[in-house]
Ligand binder design. Structure first.
Ligand SMILES: Nc1ncnc2c1ncn2[C@@H]1O[C@H](COP(=O)(O)OP(=O)(O)OP(=O)(O)O)[C@@H](O)[C@H]1O
Ligand SMILES: [Mg+2]
Length: 243
């Protein structure tokens, strides 16, 4: 598989806290995700999965090592440039969703587009389409606090997929979903990746990891195992079966 590398992490470490409180959340992680590739990250609680995603999404910078998204070396960008990278290119489904409670579902999904200068009308049309892909078009005017956990989670997924996101990061996006809705969300994510985005998905669920081209296992901040290399004929076969 020779698609361009969208995300590259090289010898990445991340130390949280200082002195006696120091936590080595990542210790020398190497990872590449190409366009059209979906990589699942699995590992026990505290193994560094969310830390890894935060670094990949430019929400955080490594203590040492490099993280590049497209051509941008995230560690050398200033905060403003990192914010721009996130707004324009990175879709993020946070583990705790991070929806804005004062905004409706539609307004939450519209927000990244409007922040990036889209006209209100175009942003609305795109956001409506994104809500429809997760089956929530009829709840567009509902506030997150008036939704079930699974519905709010789907709003967060729509927000991550709206617009031309090149890198989609999802931290347990199916955690609050029943199995049918979880499968539907995985299908949407897979379609977006097949259309050319790079995807990194944290999951505890082997059935959802099975949608990925590769699984990376983390333990104590180290990649301890990784299934296969890039997508081979086997995974194409799986994809054909899923389609
Ligand atoms: N802001 C922080 N300050 C201090 N320590 C932190 C911080 N964020 C994470 N850590 C620590 O870093 C380690 C990795 O945390 P991380 O959130 O990446 O784990 P995780 O694999 O996502 O876990 P979970 O499955 O529970 O979400 C943990 O030991 C955690 O306590
Ligand atoms: Mg986490």
């Amino acid at each position: 598989m020779n698609a361009p590398v969208m995300l590259r992490m090289t010898s990445v470490t991340r130390v949280h806290g200082q002195g006696a409180a120091e936590v080595h959340a990542l210790r020398g992680v190497d990872l590449e995700v190409r366009m059209g590739e979906l990589v699942a990250v699995m590992g026990p609680s505290g193994s560094g999965k969310s830390t890894l995603l935060n670094l990949a999404g430019g929400l955080d910078t490594p203590t040492s090592g490099t993280v590049t998204v497209g051509r941008d070396d995230v560690g050398t960008l200033d905060a403003k440039a990192r914010a721009r990278l996130r707004r324009k290119h990175v879709g993020y489904v946070f583990q705790d969703l991070n929806l804005v409670p004062a905004l409706t579902a539609l307004e939450n999904v519209t927000l990244p587009l409007e922040l990036d200068g889209s006209s209100a009308r175009r942003a609305r049309a795109k956001a409506t389409a994104a809500l429809a892909t997760v089956g929530l078009d009829d709840l567009a005017d509902r506030f997150p606090d008036d939704m079930s956990g699974g519905q709010a989670q789907r709003v967060a997924i729509a927000r991550a997929l709206v617009g031309p996101r090149r890198l989609v990061l999802a931290d347990e996006p199916t955690g609050a979903l029943d199995s049918v809705t979880g499968e539907a969300v995985m299908r949407v994510l897979r379609q977006r990746v097949d259309a050319g985005a790079a995807g990194l998905l944290v999951t505890h669920d082997a059935r959802h990891a099975a949608w990925a081209d590769r699984i990376v296992f983390l333990r104590d901040g180290v990649v301890i195992d990784s299934t296969g290399a890039a997508a081979g004929p086997d995974s194409l076969l799986h994809r054909a079966v899923r389609a």
